[in-house]
Design a protein around this ligand. Structure first.
Ligand code: S3P
Length: 172
C-alpha cells in the first residue's frame, strides 16, 4: 500500500511524511524533490527558466512514475492534484490511500511567510494581508480537488507526531 499526502503549500506534507516513514518504515518520496533531481534544477529555477506549464507537465509525468511504486509515502506539491487529471490518477492508483492535510489560512500564512522565496507562486506577495487574500482565494479553488481525497485530517493545533500517529491508527 502507498500513502499520498495532499494539501496546500505549508500544510506540513513533507514533515508529516518523513515522520510517518520513520514509524511505518515505508520509503518517503517528496514529489518536488523528485522533480528537482530529475530535472537537475530547483523548483524556482524551473518556473523561472521554463515556466509553469512546463513544470506542470513534468509534475504530471513524475507523479505517474512514482505512483507505480509500492509501499511509499508520497508528499505532493500543493498544486499537484489540481492540474490535468492528476486527482483522478491518484484516486485510481492501485492500493493507494490519499490524505488531505487541512490547515487554516492564518496557520498557512504564518508558516509560509518566512519561506515565500522558495515558492514561485507566492514569492511576489509582500504583506501578510496580501498573502492572506491570495491563499483565501487559491485554497477555495483548490479545495475542490483536495477534498476528493480518501481521508481528511485537520492539522490545526496538533503536533507532527500526533498527526502521524492519527494516520497510523486510522490505517493499521
Ligand atoms: C506549488 C507548490 C510547491 C511546488 C511549486 C508549486 C503549488 O510545493 O510544487 O512551487 O502550486 O502549490 P509545496 O506544496 O511543497 O510547497
Amino acid at each position: 500500500m502507498s500513502i499520498v499526502l495532499i494539501g496546500y503549500m505549508g500544510s506540513g506534507k513533507s514533515t508529516i511524511g518523513k515522520k510517518l516513514s520513520e514509524i511505518i518504515n515505508f520509503e518517503f518520496i517528496d514529489l518536488d524533490d523528485y522533480i528537482q533531481k530529475k530535472e537537475n534544477l530547483s523548483i524556482p529555477q524551473i518556473f523561472e527558466a521554463k515556466g509553469e506549464i512546463y513544470f506542470r507537465k513534468r509534475e504530471h509525468l513524475y507523479l505517474k512514475e512514482v505512483l507505480q511504486l509500492n509501499n511509499i509515502i508520497l508528499s505532493l506539491g500543493g498544486g499537484t492534484p489540481c492540474y490535468g487529471n492528476n486527482m483522478d490518477t491518484i484516486l485510481n492508483a492501485e492500493n493507494t490511500h490519499s490524505i488531505y492535510l487541512k490547515s487554516s489560512i492564518p496557520i498557512l500564512v504564518r508558516r509560509l511567510t518566512p519561506e515565500k522565496t522558495q515558492r514561485p507562486l507566492i514569492a511576489h506577495l509582500k504583506s501578510d494581508e496580501e498573502l492572506t487574500e491570495f491563499i483565501g482565494k487559491h485554497l477555495f479553488e483548490r479545495s475542490y480537488y483536495y477534498s476528493q481525497s480518501n481521508q481528511t485530517i485537520v492539522t490545526d493545533g496538533k503536533s507532527i507526531s500526533a498527526i502521524a500517529e492519527e494516520i497510523v491508527a486510522s490505517l493499521f
